[in-house]
Structures are given as structure tokens and as C-alpha cells.
Design a protein around this ligand. Sequence first.
Ligand SMILES: Nc1ncnc2c1ncn2[C@@H]1O[C@H](COP(=O)(O)OP(=O)(O)OP(=O)(O)O)[C@@H](O)[C@H]1O
Ligand SMILES: [Mg+2]
Length: 428
Amino acid sequence: MAKVVFENVYKSYPRSRAEDVSVASDIRIPKIEGNQNHPKQKSSNHSVSVLRNIDFTVEDGEFMVLVGPSGCGKSTLLRMLAGLEELTGGNIYVGDRLINSLPPKARDIAMVFQNYALYPHLNVYDNIAFGLRRTVNQSLKSNSIEDILTGLTRSLPKGLRYHSAKEKEIAKRVKYVASLLQIESLLTRLPKELSGGQKQRVALGRAIARNPQVFLMDEPLSNLDAKLRTSTRAQIVQLQRQLGTTTIYVTHDQIEAMTMGDRIAVMNEGKIQQIAPPLEIYHHPVNRFVAEFIGSPPMNFIPVTYVAPLTLIHPQFCLTLPETWIEPLQGYKEKQLLLGIRPEHFSLSTVSEQNLAVVVNLVEALGNETYLSVHLAEEKNTTLQVKIPGDKAIARGESLHLAIDLNKIHLFAENTGESLRFSSESSI
Ligand SMILES: Nc1ncnc2c1ncn2[C@@H]1O[C@H](COP(=O)(O)OP(=O)(O)OP(=O)(O)O)[C@@H](O)[C@H]1O
Ligand SMILES: [Mg+2]
């Protein structure tokens, strides 16, 4: 096992091949240290930058979840770590090894993709054994005549097959992995005879069997139905804990992001926005992007003006903040800010200057809780998402008054979107 270090990593593609990227291209890329044989480092008008200044460490044995909108560079980052894409700048280390220019095979990294990429003509056993037949070679002294005999007799009936020492070692590993993933009964089936979830487990099995230093998983559950996703999700987390293999897991799914990782790395437009444990990301987002991206339904934002000493005013309401806000608000007198409120931090209340008068647009009663979409009574364009307990009967068109939990609010600078309270420096 090993830690993975991204050191000031950059990636650009030629502009013609990435026309749909809107990220600025004139970014100065720092010199690569310790790797003289590296591909071109310059970014020009002909190239477009898709990853910038990626600088973080995934600790040995850690489960890191990478989230961000489509096109932000998640897969590119994994592919560079796996050796399937060249770096434009920076360094990547696995353990103490600089791997920038190592071929994929030499990196000791296993990747599981969204489309399981199983070999259709090989059964489950051979799909899992395939990678091992190459890698076990290195750990076990291989006897070529034995290997040839094993290969030649592989399709014969069981009793007639020759098993080399290497093949016996492989069989042991395949059986171990199959039992971990509970696919022992599927070993003789072809991929076309498996369900989506079973294929997914075989793909995982193939990665696990290699016992790599690092697992990379790029949305491995996105083809599964909701129930299977939940069970496979739990299984992956349990397996990772059991094996202790450093893992980087890409997902779009909020629940996967919040529940699977030791830490979450939130990316946007090729840059890391924040890296922190899930609950820290949820409760202490460093900017508006993270606040909006993590949490479902997302955080609500309302423009307000700060009036010293501790008052936020909006044409429809006026809030008096707790004293803990004195320091973060210094320098923002009379300034416009964005007030951030999570849906669960509203509660049904009565008429008051502090409360928001709203009208209900939509009610989604899930039983255990109810989601409301509402708009400010006198500002139809300001819509808010609200989460309330499931036992309250609310009708569409109803007028309500919402109280805000003032201990849970967030404030963001209007121009930069940075949180007034939580700084990104401490979070990456
Ligand atoms: N081979 C390539 N040539 C040019 N541009 C590319 C290439 N591969 C990716 N890109 C661009 O790089 C950006 C990042 O792509 P990447 O696949 O890493 O995004 P992603 O975050 O994995 O998105 P998704 O969530 O949709 O999988 C995208 O804008 C994409 O168009
Ligand atoms: Mg991707």
C-alpha cells in the first residue's frame, strides 16, 4: 500500500480536440522537478487547460472520493495517475516513487471503470485471472514449459488439465477474491450470462485480485439500479476497509460522496475547491460552489446587505446574527453578501420580522420528510428549497412563515463566492 501525491499537476489538451472546454488557456505552468524526460510543459493559445495546480496527498490506506460536475477533470486526473494520459506539468508519486514517466503496467495501480470492460470470450474465472497471469509472473519464478502446458491444457476437461505452480497460485487468489465478493458460483459463466451487478463485482474482483498499491474507481456503480447501488456501495467500502488499499473513487452521486470516503475532494473547472471529511465539507464549505454542490436539495442563496453591528437586511426580512459573526463580518459593512441556508435549517413558524413569508409552489411528501419548493411572498423569482418533518400536511399555494436557524447560516462574499467564515487554505 502507498500514499499518492499530486504535486502541482497540470493538464492541457490541444485546443482543436477540446473545443467544448471554457477554461482559460493562458495559464503559466510551473516547471517539472525531478523529471527531465517529461512531455511538453508549455501551455499556448493552441492548448486548453483542463487541470490546474492539483496539489494534494491521498494518505496510505485512505478512501478519497473525487466529486465535481461533468467535464471538471476527474477522469483525466485518474487516467494520468494510471498512466493512460501524459502530464503537462507537475509530478505524481505513488509511495516514494515518481511515476510520471512509468508505463501503466509498472505503476501497480488497478482501475475499475463505469463500463466494466470484461473480456466477453473469457469466463469469470479467466477474467479475474487474466491480469494475474501477467503480474504473478513477477512475484513467482515462472517456468516457461509449465506455463505452455498449462495454457495448452486449459480447455481440456478438469482432470486432464496441467496446473503449474503459478496457475495454482492464481487459482488460490481467484478463489479468495470470489469468496470476498460472493461470486464463487459464477466462476464458469461468461460475462453475457451475468447481471449488471454481477459484472460489476467481477470487474472489482479483477482489480482486487491484483492486490495493487492503489485502486482507482471511475463511477463504477452508475450502471446499477438504485437497490444494487446501495448494496454494492456498502460492499466496496467494507472491502476497502478490509484490504486497506489506497483508493480514489470518482462519483456524481451525493450519497456515495457523503458515505463512502474518509475525505471528499470537490473539483470544479479543473481545480480542487476543497478537501475535507464529508461532514466538514457539508457543514463548513469554503465557497459557494462547494456549498451548492454538496447537499441535496442544494443550499439556498439569498442576496442580503450587512449592516453593522450584526444585522442582515433584505427587503422581506431582517436577521440579527449571533455574536460569533462579529469577526468574520469585519470589513463588510454596508456590503452585499450571499446568505446561504440549507433546506433543513428552515422551520415552520409565525409572522415575525426575522421570518420569511413564503408561498408553496410544490410539495413532495416522502413520508419520513417533506420537501417544499417555495417562493418569497413578495419576490416570486426567489425560490427556496425547504425540508420539513413528514408529519406536517402542507398544500400547494399555501402561505407559510419560515424561521431560519441562525446558528447554521453561511455567508459568502458576493464577488468571489468565498465563505466569510471557512477558509480554503486550511482545507486543501
Ligand atoms: N482526449 C481529450 N482531448 C481533448 N479534450 C479532452 C480529452 N479528454 C478529456 N478532455 C476534456 O477535458 C475535460 C475534462 O474531462 P474529464 O473526462 O476528465 O471530465 P470528468 O470530470 O471525468 O467528467 P464526467 O463527470 O462527465 O465523466 C473535458 O472538458 C473534456 O472535454
Ligand atoms: Mg469522467
